[in-house]
Design a protein around this ligand. Sequence first.
Ligand SMILES: Nc1ncnc2c1ncn2[C@@H]1O[C@H](COP(=O)(O)OP(=O)(O)OP(=O)(O)O)[C@@H](O)[C@H]1O
Ligand SMILES: [Mg+2]
Length: 371
Amino acid sequence: MIVVSPAMMQLLSMADRAAMSHIKVLITGESGVGKDLVARYIHSQSPRSAAPFVAVNCAGLTETLLESELFGHVKGSFTGAFRDKRGKIQLAHRGTLFLDEVGDMSLRMQAMLLRFLESGETQAVGSDQPTTHVDVRVVAATNRNLRDLVAAGQFREDLFYRLCVIQLEVPPLRERPEDIQALMKHFLARAGRDLKFTDAALRLFLAHRWPGNIRELLNVIEQLVCLSATGVVDVEDLPAAMRRGPSPLTPRDDRRRQVADNLFDALVKQGASFWDYVYPMFLARDVTRHDLRELVRRGLKETRGRYKAMLTLFGMSSGDYRRFMNFLAAHECGVAVREFRGAKTSEAPSEMPPLYSLPTDSHTEPTELAH
Ligand SMILES: Nc1ncnc2c1ncn2[C@@H]1O[C@H](COP(=O)(O)OP(=O)(O)OP(=O)(O)O)[C@@H](O)[C@H]1O
Ligand SMILES: [Mg+2]
């Protein structure tokens, strides 16, 4: 873990102190700032370091699966439970249980988790055996504001206090520019490539807002490592969003445009495929519905309003048409094609009917990076 900035040094020294005790730690911060690494760091510095560190992602699983993931299940307790499975809580015995994206748990799961935290007892789904006592240290993380969720009745206040005795807020990369060059060096060394940067290019690295934080920096470095033929990176080698420099747009619009720009570049200029590149990021919530819609808009602009042509543009096969359209419809990311079709191009009747687009300030997108 690369740490140079005073802000991160201070955070790590708090993490050191927390690691030595049994105190409950909640790690917060935007997506990609390194919450995962901080959780692992706490485990490694704690007296439990020889025992397992077990991470559970509380988002993106159905309630049944999350329950079984945490508590385990016995064979036949639900469709698909073909054999007995131990829960992650049991696997973390004497070690650390890392509850990632804890703000995304349903209220029912929150109640079950609270029961466990209060009693230390767990029981596998479908089991009639007595409960077993487990000794785990819980570290939780979220990129959502749990206090807001508590106020909105979506997160239990009692659970919040159970999880958060101290809060470690990992600052966004733009607030600790001292770390940028050290991280660049580290990622380059890891990739085994010694790229040089011109002064102008380096200035853009330092001025960029890094909406996707360290994960974004890592992606940019990986792209450059892969694409640079000369070993010297100049301004024109950088992704469009960085080349433009910080824009006068509001941070939120700015971020959206940058994300869509980066995605579009990766698909269209670097030949990445939508399913391998964008889709996993969407599922991991690194890309929001707004980002996706913005990307679709860019695609439609390029193809003059043709979804079918977008398949090739975004590295998909023509047989993926249904899957792609269903995916967009399911996440309300379809964009009406009318404005993208010039007067000369006639509407092709075989195309899907124009999809609707939601108002852009809908509150229901999967992840909102707060600025
Ligand atoms: N200080 C650091 N030094 C080296 N690598 C880092 C550092 N911080 C983050 N990274 C790398 O950046 C990527 C994102 O970090 P991480 O997964 O910990 O972020 P996160 O805050 O958990 O994000 P999310 O909210 O999306 O889960 C990882 O590949 C991680 O290894
Ligand atoms: Mg994480």
